[in-house]
Design a protein around this ligand. Sequence first.
Ligand code: ATP
Ligand code: MG
Length: 564
Amino acid sequence: MTTDATTSPAPPAASDFIREIVRADLASGKHQSVVTRFPPEPNGYLHLGHSKSICLNFGLARETGGRCHLRFDDTNPTKEEMEYIESIQTDVRWLGFDWGEHLYYASDYFETLYGWAEHLVEAGLAYVDDLSAEEIRAHRGTLTEPGTESPYRNRSIKENLDLLRRMRAGEFADGARVLRAKIDMASGNLNLRDPVLYRILHAAHPRTGDAWCIYPTYDYAHGQSDAIEHITHSLCTLEFEDHRPLYNWLIEHLPVPSRPRQIEFARLNLSSTVLSKRKLLRLVNEGHVAGWDDPRMPTLSGVRRRGVPPEAVRALVERVGLAKREGTVDYALFEHCIRDLLNRTAERRMAVLRPLRLIITNYPEGEIEELEAVNNPEDPAAGSRRVPFGRELFIERDDFMEDPPKKFYRLAPGREVRLRYAYLVTCDEVVKDAAGEIVELRCSYDPATRGGDAPDGRKVKATLHWVAAAAAVEAEVRLYDHLFTVDSPGADHDLADDLNPDSLVVLAGCRLEPALAGLAPGTQVQFERLGYFAPDLDTTPSRPVFNRIVTLRDTWAKVAAQGG
Ligand code: ATP
Ligand code: MG
């Protein structure tokens, strides 16, 4: 990809192999309208990977005037919680999508699914197996060797039906028996070697309570739920490609009301992070992060809390596109999408993160004047604001060096710099405390340079941001870095060993210009020269807390130029 292509706007989601299939199905009259679904298992919070599936399923429905269902795949009662069900709905809405009336649960279909299980038994296409999970695994064979038939495979239909009903009635212990489809133990596809359809699990379900003690497997529940809902295109990730023959076998042999088509696409993988609920749950449970919505987490609730706008997540998904080949997307592309958006939309403000006091000795004591500052140079409509200026200011500690090396053009003894929107100032004196630490700079300003330019045309090499002490708002600012130190966390070490110990830096005593007080949550701003920031949930009326969403320096162009 060339640098040029990375800065041009993303192409419309015009064409990919799935959209072509869908368009052809509509054109040929195979379907009058498109029905898709997003089918999360409520066993964790949604992550950036899920946004690919959400944007695809809801996007297709929107583009074609069809509809997209939100269906909770709640077939595993032991790992599922109401908290997840609620967070998933919040996250899908936040991303900009809506299922309208079409909120469903696989558990709504338990009775129908069970009835179809009896149907398979009666057709001689399913049997109750007494082998343990371990024995079933051992009988399964390998990719090169066929499996072995269970000694229980040839039970009579009558005995199977009786056992299945007694399984449902709760007569047997967990794991004592399973219901399996009777397909082909010698199939080249392991998924067709008599896959398990039902397991015994005496566990309360968040929605069906104690009504059931047998639960359908994913493979059995998923396609049938699709068919019940008249899903036309069942879009899933590539790991289900090998399950498609089973998906189709079940649809073929059951009295389902429709025949959905499963199509697989490559999942989204991002470098420097993990997109797996299981791994993210571990980070939460082991306390490596503060929770699912920790701003370092690649969860939708994490990036939302950090301040990332949903448009940037959608832009990422669009830029990545749809393919049938697995790959890992550089995290820098996500950051690029965020900057690209916020550069256009975020208003500029001044904030000093590591304050160093600067006194303008020739500025009248007690006087405050207001200077005009542009809100967003990319957007004239954003207008301007007035920023207070006075004798006592704060500048960034690392914008001053007492003994500057070559190429350090910012403030130093005897040197003149520009204070953004204000005046040119010269450093006359450095004040230190007893420990030798610099505590204050004493400067003089040139009153003729109001606005930042000298009438005699003399140039300065640096422009610094600043905040007037008298009007400053004190705040905490949280700086984030990658949660992991490596591109593929957990690939060569235990996941926990790849954690970045410096992924969070908390700065107290930061000083903000007054316009940053009371900023509404979900509002993004650029702190000039520092990055894009947004207020965190921990903000209180007396103490703002800001998260750094992303720095200003875009590394994506470099990555892209290297062919990344
Ligand atoms: P995880 O591995 O994080 O548990 P999952 O696939 O088990 O993910 P589900 O709740 O089953 O999570 O996923 C709901 C939908 O989101 C599925 O259709 C799944 O294919 C899709 N999905 C999950 N992860 C990704 C990803 N990284 N990229 C694209 N789609 C994804
Ligand atoms: Mg899953």
